[in-house]
Structure formats: structure tokens, C-alpha cells
Design a protein around this ligand. Structure first.
Ligand code: HEC
Length: 460
């Protein structure tokens, strides 16, 4: 027995009534009609006008927007998240003590709290506005109405939504007609929506695939290992064929990268024996090299080309009598008493500049030993500070220029040497300025020019 099963007829989706449109040609008529719709108790309806209409909100009975509350909530949420995040990160998850400051403090957390509050509030305002207005809306069935096209030009519309609880096709239609519109129109849903064009679908899927690739690649790379070095996009000078300290190399037989001095060699431009007064402040190097050992601190001993470990200039001799012994021996050396170069105004200016950079902190701008570092050290009263010598004592005034040069180069007792920081020409320039400072305290009025005497008289 054969039975034929009746195919149910393919039901075509019925178009549905979505609402009614009432058209007006006058804004005042629209406002009057709106008041009536409002009073009739409809809630899902809207007005459409070519320009903003004053008073339409009131006529429609539109309530205040809740957007400010959304913004406030989002802002508060941002602030709370920021504070708790910073508290958790700084005080709980990774506590890190910096200069004894508290792990968490509100003032330090304000910038991020502020930023996050503003950020979430802005998101709330933007997305909230879109959401409340049900945007973005790409298509509206009302657009199919020919009459509705004039809404951007010179017509005014009221649209009633069929989803409104009070809506009924006949009653609402009659009600709208009673408002004296030009016409009332129905608008219906589409039976079938038009399909997306094929090229658009292809383009969108292509973009989608492209977008997936970078994260997929990252995920792949993170879960696999490789022997090739990582990609180093910005090279700067990161890879250079230089040797690094404390490493080994097979270039040299002993395998060390750091090379010792080669005996008897002198770096270019550092040969000093052709100008002993300039480099040592001595007329000639004395026979007994040990006597000037301290005078040669960082310099290679030239006579026999041997390199000797030098005493660090800032380590005072342990035994004070030994210190005086060195002093005494130094006093006997043949120090130069004249500058080993022509003295110029430029040199004096350079000396003043270098002096204020390197010496004034301790010795003071006038050379009295009252530099800021010294004043502070004495204020602390720790007992370890030796007050820098004044340049204006008999003792220092009598030192020959060569000896002063030696003092700057190698230091004296508690004072460190400055050979490493100050090149020899500048050291001599400082000696010159030091001499000028001394003279400024000991000058005879007869030696002054007339205008300088005048200046001194008038200066208070
Ligand atoms: C860090 C502080 C400090 C600085 C910087 C400093 N000195 Fe001194 N200087 C001293 C002290 C301290 C003494 C006294 C040392 C002692 O008596 O033990 C001294 C002593 C001297 C003396 C007396 C030497 C002697 O034989 O009695 C001269 C000259 C001198 N300094 C020049 C200079 C010059 C020039 C500079 C700048 C290049 C300079 N000092 C920078 C601390 C300093």
C-alpha cells in the first residue's frame, strides 16, 4: 500500500505590519498632534522632522535621559577598578619598597585613577548614547515610504510602533486620522531581506582571515621552540665584533681579552719626557725616582720604562710621620717657579672657569676654604672632615707654581688628585687663577690702577 505523503505547502513568511506613519506639513500641527498622542497614552512612537523643533520634547512627554547616571556609574567603576588594581599590584602581588615610601598611597595612585575614571566615563557616554538611541541602525522599514523621503526637506511625521501595547491597526489609524494629517500610511516588514553582494562577502572574509593571522602566528611561535636567533629589527649598534672585558678569546695565546700594558710602550700623544716642566711641574726629573713616586701617581715612570703600581691619591698615608717625610722630600724637589707656557688672558679665563667647576665646592670662590661642601660638612660635625686649606696663608702663598700643579694633579694629604678629570693645560690655568686669587688678598694699593682704586672707594 502506497501512501503519498502530502508535502506541506511552503509557507511564505507573511509581511507584518510594523506601524503607521502620519504626515504633516507644518511643525505647529505636528506639535499639537504630538500632545494628543502623548495624552492618549502611547509609549512607543516617535516624531521625525527636517530640523530640531523647540518644545517637541515636552509635547512628546520625553523624560530626562538616564545617560548621566550611566556615565557616573562607569566613572565610579573606573575609579574603583584603578584604585583596587594599583593596591593589589603595588601592595599585594608585587610589593616593592622604594626609598622607604609606603607600598600604597592615594596621592601616588591619583593619575591612573583619574585616567581610568575618565576613560570608562567616556566609554559610558559614547556607548550609552548609542545604545539608548538604538544605534547604529543600518536600515529602517520606514525608508520604503515614498512620502517619508520628504522628512529631510519639508514634511513632519509621527510614527506609531505596532509593538506598543495600545496599538491596534484600526483604532490607532482612526486616532491618527483625527489629528488632521495630510495622510496616514502603513509600513510593513520585508518578506525577504536582500542578500549581501558576493564581492563584499569575499572581501570581508579575506579581511577576517588576515586579522586572524598575526595572533595565530604569535600563538604558534610561543608554543614552539627554534634554533634561529630572534628577529632583531632595530639593530642600533648591538652586534659589534669588539671584545668584552672579562671574557676569553682565541685571538691571543693566553686566551685573555683584556691585554696587559706592553712594557716600554707609550700611547700616542702621551709622551711626556720631552716637556717635563709642563707635565710634572718639575725642572727635571730627580735621580731618585722614589721621591717623586707620589708626584708621578698615574704617570708611567719614564727613566727605565718600567710601569709601577701607583698609590691612589686619595688614600692618606697611614702613618702621619711618613706623610710628613714625603712632604719634606717633595719640598726639596726642583719645582718650576715660572709658568712653562706664555700666560694669557684667555688662560686666566679658562682657569677661573675650571676653578669654579672643580675647586670652589671645597675651597670656596675666594679660596678661603669656605666652599659649600665644606660648610655643609662642618655643619654636620662628624669630625672626619678636614677643612680645605686657605690659599691665603703664608705657607700656600710660598709654594712654587710647579708644586701647586703637582697638588692639583696628585692631591695632597686629604685632598684627592684631579689629573684624571682635568687635562694638564687646564691644571696650569687653574694654578694661574689660584695665583690671581692670592694676589687679590695681598695687593698693595700702589700696584692698582687709578680707576680700580676709585672703584674700591665707591663700592660699599
Ligand atoms: C673635595 C674637596 C676639595 C676639592 C674639590 C679641592 N680641594 Fe684642595 N684641598 C682640600 C683639602 C681638604 C685640603 C687640605 C688637605 C689637608 O690639609 O689634609 C686641600 C688643600 C689644597 C691646597 C694646599 C696644599 C698644601 O700643600 O697645603 C691647595 C693649593 C689646593 N687644595 C688646591 C686645590 C685646587 C686648585 C683644587 C681644584 C682643582 C682643589 N684644591 C680642589 C680639599 C679639596
Amino acid at each position: 500500500m502506497a501512501t503519498t505523503i502530502e508535502q506541506p505547502e511552503k509557507t511564505k513568511a507573511e509581511p507584518q505590519l510594523l506601524g503607521l506613519l502620519a504626515e504633516f506639513d507644518d511643525p505647529h500641527a505636528l506639535i499639537e498632534a504630538s500632545k494628543k498622542v502623548r495624552d492618549a497614552g502611547y509609549s512607543k512612537w516617535d516624531t521625525h522632522t527636517p530640523f530640531p523643533l523647540h518644545g517637541i520634547d515636552e509635547a512628546m512627554g520625553i523624560k530626562w535621559t538616564i545617560l548621566p547616571w550611566i556615565v557616573a556609574c562607569c566613572g565610579l567603576m573606573g575609579g574603583t577598578i584603578a584604585v583596587s588594581m594599583q593596591y593589589w599590584m603595588n601592595a599585594v602581588d608585587y610589593p616593592f619598597l622604594i626609598s622607604g615610601k609606603p607600598l600604597f598611597s592615594i596621592p601616588a595612585s591619583i593619575p591612573i585613577t583619574f585616567e581610568l575614571s575618565v576613560l570608562l566615563a567616556a566609554f559610558g557616554a559614547f556607548l550609552g548614547m548609542l545604545g539608548l538611541n538604538q544605534l547604529p541602525k543600518l536600515y529602517n522599514p520606514m525608508f520604503k515610504s515614498q512620502a517619508f523621503r520628504r522628512v529631510t526637506n519639508d514634511r513632519f511625521f509621527i510614527s506609531m510602533d505596532a509593538k506598543d501595547a495600545k496599538f491596534s491597526e484600526i483604532d490607532t489609524g482612526e486616532f491618527l486620522n483625527s489629528l488632521n494629517p495630510l495622510q496616514v500610511e502603513e509600513f510593513w516588514s520585508d518578506v525577504e531581506s536582500p542578500k549581501l553582494p558576493r564581492p563584499l562577502i569575499l572581501a570581508l572574509s579575506f579581511v577576517g582571515v588576515l586579522l586572524i593571522m598575526p595572533p595565530a602566528l604569535v600563538a604558534y611561535k610561543r608554543s614552539t621552540t627554534t634554533n634561529t636567533p630572534r628577529i632583531h629589527i632595530i639593530q642600533d649598534m648591538d652586534f659589534q665584533p669588539y671584545l668584552k672585558t672579562q671574557n676569553t678569546t682565541n685571538i691571543f695565546a693566553d686566551g685573555r681579552e683584556v691585554r696587559p700594558h706592553i712594557e716600554g710602550t707609550i700611547p700616542r700623544g702621551q709622551y711626556k719626557d720631552d716637556n717635563i716642566p709642563f707635565y710634572y711641574g718639575l725642572k727635571e726629573l730627580p735621580e731618585d725616582q722614589d721621591v717623586i713616586a707620589i708626584a708621578l701617581q698615574d704617570e708611567a715612570k719614564p727613566a727605565d720604562g718600567k710601569v709601577e703600581a701607583s698609590k691612589p691619591a686619595d688614600t692618606p698615608p697611614a702613618d702621619p710621620s711618613a706623610a710628613t717625610a714625603t712632604e719634606d722630600k717633595l719640598a726639596d724637589l726642583p719645582w718650576v717657579t715660572e709658568f712653562p707656557m706664555p700666560v694669557t688672558e684667555k688662560m686666566m679665563a679658562r682657569g677661573k672657569e675650571s676653578y669654579s667647576i672643580y675647586c670652589s665646592a671645597c675651597h670656596g670662590l675666594g679660596g678661603e676654604g669656605d666652599g659649600l661642601v665644606s660648610l655643609r660638612a662642618m655643619e654636620l660635625q662628624q669630625g672626619t672632615w678636614v677643612r680645605p686649606a686657605s690659599y691665603h696663608t703664608e705657607n700656600v702663598r710660598n709654594l712654587p707654581v710647579g708644586r701647586l700643579f703637582h697638588t692639583i694633579s696628585n692631591g695632597v694629604r686629604k685632598m684627592p688628585g684631579y689629573a684624571a678629570q682635568i687635562p694638564p693645560e687646564d691644571r696650569w690655568a687653574i694654578v694661574l687663577y689660584l695665583r690671581a686669587l692670592q694676589k687679590s688678598h695681598q695687593i698693595d694699593a700702589k700696584d692698582l690702577r687709578q680707576e680700580e682704586v676709585e672703584k674700591l672707594r665707591t663700592t660699599k
